[in-house]
Design a protein around this ligand. Structure first.
Ligand code: FES
Ligand code: FES
Length: 180
């Protein structure tokens, strides 16, 4: 006699169809209306549906930070949020940070400080750094390390990443104070 599980696997009945959800996201300034299965993560929508492959899939379990993007200006790991949970949100990925040909200051600083080696973690590091600067809580290199500790770099470029983030924070502070 077949076990119930085996019977289910060999059943000729069609699998029940899944109702897709219609959602709207504003991604890098562009309105996107898409239909997704309810379990689809934001990361998979960005990479597989919108072809924005700058955002990387590392662990897919919220542990490496490679998939970090900004949602309504706040950094989140996109592998741990369902796309339907972000219906109506504004999402910024690494592709949306530069202004045309002009690099975002963090992108320029990462290049200047040689803050990446293989580059795999870099989009997540840069989006995370942008979120960290928006939060305005980091005051020291130690704070930067602590607040970016969810972003792992297998190559160990941390020293230079901190230097790059610090430079952008300094420039921003000076700009706000009107100092050169
Ligand atoms: S892929 Fe999302 S945290 Fe690692
Ligand atoms: S530069 Fe290689 S993982 Fe960070």
């Amino acid at each position: 006699m077949k076990s119930p599980a085996k019977a289910a696997l060999t059943s000729k009945e069609p699998a029940p169809s899944v109702e897709k959800c219609k959602i709207t996201l504003k991604v890098n300034g562009v309105l996107q209306r898409i239909e997704v299965a309810p379990w689809t993560t934001l990361l998979d929508v960005l990479r597989d549906r919108l072809n924005l492959t700058g955002t990387k899939k590392g662990c897919d379990h919220g542990q490496c930070g490679a998939c970090t993007v900004l949602v309504n200006g706040e950094r989140i790991v996109s592998c741990l949020t369902l796309a339907v949970m972000q219906d109506g949100a504004e999402v910024t990925t690494i592709e949306g940070l530069a202004a045309g040909e002009e690099l975002h200051p963090l992108q320029a600083a990462f290049i200047e400080h040689d803050a990446f080696q293989c580059g795999y973690c870099t989009p997540g590091q840069i989006c995370s750094a942008a979120g960290l600067i928006n939060e305005g809580r980091a005051k020291s290199p130690g704070d930067i390390r602590e607040l970016m500790s969810g972003n792992l770099c297998r190559c160990g470029a941390y020293q230079n990443i901190v230097a790059a983030v610090q430079e952008v924070m300094r420039t921003k502070d000076n700009d706000e104070r009107g100092e050169p």
